[in-house]
Ligand binder design. Sequence first.
Ligand code: ADP
Ligand code: MG
Length: 244
Amino acid sequence: MSYIVEMHEVNKFFGSLQVLKNFSMSLKQREKVVIIGPSGSGKSTVLRCINHLEPIQSGRILFDGQEITEKTDLCALRAHIGMVFQRFNLFPHKTALENIIEAPVIVKGMSRSDAELTGMELLNKVGLSDKKDSYPRELSGGQQQRVAIARALAMNPKIMLFDEATSALDPELVGEVLLTMKQLANDGMTMVVVTHEMGFAREVADRIIFMDQGSIVEEKTPHDFFTNPSHDRTKLFLKRITQH
Ligand code: ADP
Ligand code: MG
């Protein structure tokens, strides 16, 4: 099966600070990879490199078999990549449905009525069809994050990237967003998920990548990762997060 994303020996610097060190990761269609690691280890940078929000200094990144170069049409590339961030970045002056149809109408040139039909299907999918006319300020954080997921899906992406999508939520709202992400995984979406939710990682990931200081320390199936971590750094990290 073909790879959606390939990163080969990627080196990324911010000034003199090296944040990715010979980072390699490949992802096949329908695969779900969870990336975990301490703050500052480079997790967000990996996601930002995939859709080329960050230039890299060396190495290669391919998307759907095509190497990303200066000649790559970045708008076209990003249209295939859905991204959900920690902070819900919905347009505050647009309703849930308007948020969702914005990109299909503006970027893809879809008719408003077609976009609204798809948008309603997506709202239904994330369990918010009754909120189509609500503005972000009228929605809970969990609902906003579900709209953000629906909005990313509206472009019919080949892959979804999640960067700590539940970290800013009140604890009681985390579950509904994780459930939506699990449903997406069950639907066969290819996903890279940065999260501290170990239950989700255990349940959904095909592979878990543990990174520290810009490198992959360990890459294993969830079962092996949690029952048989090889490295002291992984053991220490797991001990720390399970103490909370
Ligand atoms: P994580 O998501 O694992 O917390 P990041 O990928 O955000 O880590 O950051 C990795 C490292 O790169 C950190 O040391 C961070 O301070 C640094 N960094 C991230 N973005 C920038 C930037 N725009 N300019 C300079 N340094 C940055
Ligand atoms: Mg981060």
